[in-house]
Ligand binder design. Structure first.
Ligand code: GLV
Ligand code: MN
Ligand code: MN
Length: 409
């Protein structure tokens, strides 16, 4: 192998310490102290690896290896450095640190490439603090939604206020765009069981699912929990439970569609008070956007019926739409050749999870390498990939970067 498996693993474990809890889980939310510590650690590692490092206006940490042709479009590689609440050590960070390892190996081997390579530690992919994800990659792709900067955390602090407090300049988010770009290549853990069940080390992503994120608010009528008989209540919690069961059933009717309620807030939220309102999230995804729309259309009718029966009002607000992304066929073929050459067991598979790469849809060709997740655990502390699988992934990424960036022999 060309890459250094131990160095990659040691870095993974080191970054996994930042924001870690005694139970082994990690929380690194955007613009928190832990996020800043991870950024500073990354700057140090990228600089030591020989990259030209800068942090852009929104907090993407970027290491550049200049290509021989200053006019040639750039090759982007990397992944995110934030985590979900109580997440694991591999989601995002494995991809980012594999990119760093691959490019450091290119530097150490004194190889020359035609295209400049950007190793990117993307800012806030998970969106767990502000309920708005992919901020860093959307800024780099030049498709940031300015209203995302106004999204608030649970304390009412907006993303742009938090960024300013962390020393960034969110008003300059348009300066983050990197252009022109030749292609993007991201490595990530699979986060499901397909590779593990089939005994395969790596995957080649066919494409990334489409995602719609909504906030649903149901308003009813508050009152005393003991004094009001069951008949005649306008309880939004009861309406919500029916709504959730219905969306679960409707999503299950589609081939690829998955619907998840991840956050719920009841107001006023006291045990002896019938709630006035409930607000919850709906994360709905599919490989086919038509499936999502078909499911939501059926929900419109069901919702109307629930509103009438419970005397409540249901409002559904779109928070974010992340378009799916087919991966590039020639790049997939090149990955396949590299994996075959290295005798690494692999297969092609779809990604139900979202990734920074999907923001380059329509901007440049994208490819993704998946690394087997043991037992499929992800977004939880049990997330794990073996050192051998991680090393396989980084080696393939290294060879792929040399191919894409045009190694000069
Ligand atoms: C990112 O992890 C997502 O798919 O939500
Ligand atoms: Mn994730
Ligand atoms: Mn991720």
């Amino acid at each position: 192998m060309d890459i250094h498996a131990d160095r990659l693993w040691n870095r993974l474990m080191a970054l996994g310490q930042i924001g870690s809890y005694p139970d082994g889980s990690i929380t690194r939310l955007s613009c928190t102290k832990e996020d800043g510590l991870a950024r500073d650690w990354l700057i140090g590692e990228m600089t030591a690896a020989g990259l030209e490092v800068y942090v852009d206006a929104v907090g993407n940490v970027i290491g550049r290896l200049s290509g021989e042709d200053a006019n040639a479009p750039a090759v982007l590689t990397g992944s995110h450095y934030d985590t979900v609440r109580h997440g694991g050590r591999f989601d995002g960070t494995l991809g980012l640190l594999s990119s760093l390892e691959a490019v450091q190996t290119i530097i150490e081997q004194k190889k020359k490439v035609r295209h400049t390579i950007y190793v990117i530690g993307y800012k806030d992919e998970e969106g767990n603090r502000f309920g708005f994800g992919m901020t860093g990659s959307r800024c780099i792709a030049g498709i940031m939604d300015p209203e995302g900067l106004e999204a608030k955390d649970s304390d009412g602090i907006t993303m742009k206020e938090a960024m300013a407090q962390a020393g960034y300049t969110p008003a300059d988010y348009q300066t983050c765009k990197i252009s022109p770009v030749k292609c993007s290549i991201e490595l990530h853990i699979e986060q499901a069981t397909v590779l593990d069940r089939e005994g395969l080390s790596l995957g080649i992503v066919e494409g990334i699912a489409h995602l719609l994120l909504y906030q649903i608010k149901i308003t009813g009528h508050s009152g005393h929990a003991g004094a009001n008989p069951m008949k005649g209540r306008r309880d939004p919690v009861v309406a919500m439970s029916e709504w959730i069961c219905a969306v679960t059933k409707e999503a299950s009717k589609e081939k690829y569609c998955v619907a998840t309620i991840g956050t719920i807030q009841a107001s006023p939220g006291s045990f002896n008070v019938i709630c006035e309102s409930v607000t919850f999230s709906l994360d709905i995804r599919s490989m086919s956007v038509d499936e999502i729309h078909a499911c939501l259309k059926r929900m419109d009718d069901i919702q109307e019926e629930i509103e009438k029966r419970h005397g409540v009002m249901i409002e559904r607000t779109l928070v974010q739409e992340l378009k799916g992304c087919p991966c590039d066929e020639p790049m997939k073929n090149r990955l396949e050749d590299i994996m075959a050459r290295n005798s690494i067991p692999h297969k092609r598979l779809m990604s139900g999870a979202g990734h920074d790469s999907q923001n380059y849809n329509g901007i440049c060709p994208c490819a993704m390498i998946f690394v087997r997740s043991i037992d499929g655990y992800s977004h939880r502390k049990e997330e794990y990939s073996t050192p051998e699988d991680c090393a396989n992934g980084a080696q393939v990424l290294y060879e792929m970067l040399l191919a894409e960036a045009g190694e000069i022999r």
